[in-house]
Design a binder for this molecule. Structure first.
Ligand SMILES: Nc1ncnc2c1ncn2[C@@H]1O[C@H](COP(=O)(O)OP(=O)(O)OP(=O)(O)O)[C@@H](O)[C@H]1O
Ligand SMILES: [Mg+2]
Length: 244
């Protein structure tokens, strides 16, 4: 299996448009906040991480135990690293840490920050408010990534926030064409159309599930020395039933 791949699915293409739109917006008139959301296993985190890696964006993933202060410390660390800044000290009050983040962002107007698992912030008004301050006081692009109902949750948590969001995109289930693309890019074994159709149907376009089937197809293909696999090869193999 080829690892760390970012197949250019319809979701990836649309989510890239979100970032491009926010980067090209009239910056004095519109804040740079967007929200990418969607059901589990559709590739939101893979997209966010890979894009950050290729383009030197800042990627942060919120955690259940994260406070406004630990978020500020982590953001400050990442900003120091990204912009190769000296005098690194990550101590002080939450407010002081955020002020330093904002000051770095004001000096680096090209910054793009992607905050994954934003749903954790919906119950934390201080953390949510601090992210809003970043959006209001800098021209950085801030892309929030959340669960399927993140858009509604954001509206309920803070309507001012929602109002500031200038781009929404919901990740969709993968089409048959996307499934073919993902399998071609990730699998070391070629797949016949009947197998691709089966993968599309059984996984209902969930990439996490697709990966499990690719793994099973590769195993059976290695054992049977196949360079191209058909549906029968997979279904004839009892060991794959867990993955499918
Ligand atoms: N565009 C892609 N190209 C190749 N593989 C992908 C792609 N998107 C996702 N994957 C694979 O699918 C797995 C699940 O994707 P990911 O973790 O990004 O989903 P998610 O939408 O963030 O799910 P969750 O909502 O549960 O956090 C990844 O670990 C990766 O193996
Ligand atoms: Mg994720």
């Amino acid at each position: 299996m080829r690892e760390h791949v970012l197949a250019e699915t319809a979701n990836v293409i649309s989510a890239k448009k979100c970032i491009a739109y926010l980067q090209q917006r009239p910056k004095t008139e519109m804040v740079g906040m967007g929200l990418l959301h969607g059901a589990p296993g559709l590739g939101k985190t893979r997209f966010a991480r890979r894009l950050a890696y290729y383009n030197d964006y800042i990627y942060l993933r919120l955690e259940a135990s994260m406070t406004a202060k630990s978020f500020a410390q982590q953001l400050l660390r990442l900003l120091h690293y990204r912009y190769a800044l000296d005098n690194a000290s990550f101590h002080g009050s939450t407010n002081k840490l955020f002020r330093r983040c904002i000051s770095i962002l004001q000096s680096n107007p090209d910054a793009v920050i992607i905050i994954d698992e934003i749903d954790y912030a919906f119950t934390q008004p201080v953390l949510l408010g601090s992210i809003r301050d970043i959006v209001d006081e800098t021209i950085a692009v801030v892309v929030l990534v959340g669960m399927k109902d993140a858009r509604e949750k954001l509206l309920r948590a803070n309507s001012h926030y929602f109002d500031r969001c200038n781009y929404f995109y919901e990740f969709k289930r993968l089409s048959r064409l996307d499934v073919e693309l993902v399998c071609k890019e990730i699998s070391e074994v070629k797949m016949k159309p009947d197998l691709l159709t089966y993968i599309h149907k059984t996984t209902r376009g969930n990439i996490r599930q697709i990966i499990k089937i690719i793994e099973a197809v590769e195993k059976v293909s290695a054992r049977e020395q196949l360079s191209i696999a058909a549906l029968n090869d997979l279904l004839g193999d009892k060991g794959t039933t867990d993955a499918t």
